[in-house]
Design a protein around this ligand. Structure first.
Ligand code: SAH
Ligand code: SF4
Ligand code: F3S
Length: 438
């Protein structure tokens, strides 16, 4: 057996892709390892979304180069592959800057890894594949032979046609593409046979899913009929694609968890316009209202960017106001990061770093307050928890609430893989403590 170490950065779609790359390499004799030291193959599955994320890759490659040299001294060979969105965006530069890299493969062409490896093994040198091939990557991937736990990811949609002015995704992942429903349903059934009890449907714009007559709502209805599949989720959604049938699915499908990650980015109409989000802050408020009408216990999450070019104090206040009005169970927030080739990176009114930092601190303080209040509001409630893995202490198990909060329960280790009612006894900063309900 050869050792394969995969390090994953970025979003859940990368997590899914990393697992699929491991599936793809298993027939070649590669088995997953926990560390890069001594591995025969190391894959960095990278993210290009912000500058910091992309920079990490080069420093990581510097460290890997040393491990590769150490392995060569012992007469072994470590292959280094860079996959994911940095590979797509900066493939040529990676090959040029780091001679230790053997392979560069983009998110749409990683199904070609086995032939690339064979080619290098035969003739040496570096291999680069970053086109968006015409063949279906998903058709070329082998069937899954295992799941990492009872909560599985399933990519149903890739790419993006929205072109928000700050974002690299349309360039790194290409245009919107939705997998055929039959293929998705087959994969879901297989995941359930392998032990999955919950599936999260993934896509950069998952609610733009469209294949033949299928919408995301129809897909969720079909998935809800799979025996043994207890819980469904989907992420990430764009406000513009929150259609009536999808909102109704939150009312009609008990399997669909009452939690929605719906990024708004900003509460200012001027900034939303400059970002090309194609909706106003009030449009977003109305959508939130309608989803909450459909499912009153629904909890919300979002992404925010502060310090987008031209953002005034007033624009930022509008974001704070929107956050106060909506009330989030959880959220991600980022300083605007200039990305090469995106329209916003060329805007003249860039915001100074210290202003970005101050705004981010203020927003994060408010969001943490809301997250803590939401946790507190769960105390005394009975929530259904899917137990995913052992906790740190003997006999303890950790699961997730419907709202994605980690829940720790003592004496529940035997329940991993099961969905059980848990009474929340205490909210901690990033998790809940519970006891099994009788
Ligand atoms: N498709 C999703 C977002 C994918 S990227 C959507 O439209 O909501 C995940 C998050 O990263 C975004 O929601 C945004 O908040 C953040 N992000 C993207 N580009 C960024 C940039 N240039 N600077 C800072 N944050 C960014
Ligand atoms: Fe990026 Fe906007 Fe597409 Fe989301 S919708 S992936 S933020 S371009
Ligand atoms: Fe990052 Fe690519 Fe995902 S840029 S956020 S890994 S789609």
């Amino acid at each position: 057996m050869k050792a394969l170490y995969v390090k994953t950065y970025g979003c859940q779609m990368n997590v899914y892709d990393s697992a699929r790359m491991a599936d793809l390499l298993a027939p070649l004799g590669y088995a997953p390892a926990d560390a890069a030291e001594g591995a025969d193959m190391v894959i960095l599955n990278t993210c290009h979304i912000r500058e910091k994320a992309a920079e990490k890759v080069y420093s990581e490659l510097g460290k890997l180069k040393k491990l590769k040299e150490a392995k060569a001294k012992d007469g072994g060979r470590m292959m280094i592959a860079v996959a994911g969105c940095v590979a797509q965006a900066e493939g040529e530069e990676i090959v040029r800057r780091q001679s230790a890299v053997d392979l560069v493969v983009g998110p749409q062409s990683y199904h070609r890894l086995p032939e690339m490896i064979a080619r290098i093994a035969r003739s040496g040198g570096q291999a680069l594949e970053t086109d968006f091939p015409v063949e279906d990557k998903f058709d070329a991937l082998p069937v899954q032979t295992g799941v990492e736990g009872p909560a599985a990811f399933l990519t149903v949609q890739e790419g993006c046609d929205k072109f928000c002015t700050f974002c690299v995704v349309p360039y790194t992942r290409g245009g919107e593409f939705s997998r055929p429903a039959a293929q998705v349903l087959d994969e879901a059934r297989r995941l359930v046979e392998l032990g999955a009890r919950e599936i999260t449907l993934l896509g950069q714009n998952v609610n733009a899913y469209a294949h033949d007559d299928w919408t995301l709502a129809r897909l969720l209805h079909a998935l809800a009929r799979i025996d043994g599949l207890a819980r469904l989720r989907y992420t990430t959604s764009h406000p513009r694609d929150m259609t009536d049938d999808l909102i109704a699915a939150h009312r009609d499908l008990p399997q669909l968890m009452p939690y929605l990650h719906l990024p708004v980015q900003s509460g200012s109409d001027a900034i939303l316009e400059a970002m090309n989000r194609q909706h106003s802050a009030d449009d977003y408020r109305r959508i939130v209202e309608r989803v909450r009408e459909a499912r009153p216990d629904l909890a919300l999450s979002s992404d925010f960017i502060v310090g987008f070019p031209g953002e005034s104090d007033k624009d930022f206040d509008d974001t704070m106001t929107l956050v106060r009005e909506v009330g989030y169970a959880q959220a991600f927030s980022f300083k605007y990061s200039k990305r090469p080739g995106t329209p916003a990176s060329a805007a003249r009114k860039q915001i100074p770093e210290e202003v970005k930092s101050a705004r981010l601190a203020a927003l994060q303080a408010l969001l943490s307050e809301q997250q803590a209040a939401f946790g507190k509001s769960c105390e005394g409630r009975t929530l259904c928890v899917l137990f995913e893995k052992p906790g740190r202490r003997e006999g303890q198990a950790v699961g997730r609430s419907p709202y994605l909060q980690p829940v720790h329960v003592e004496g529940a280790a035997a329940l991993i893989g099961q969905v059980r009612d848990v009474t929340v006894v205490e909210a901690q900063p990033n998790s809940l403590k519970g006891v099994l309900s009788q």
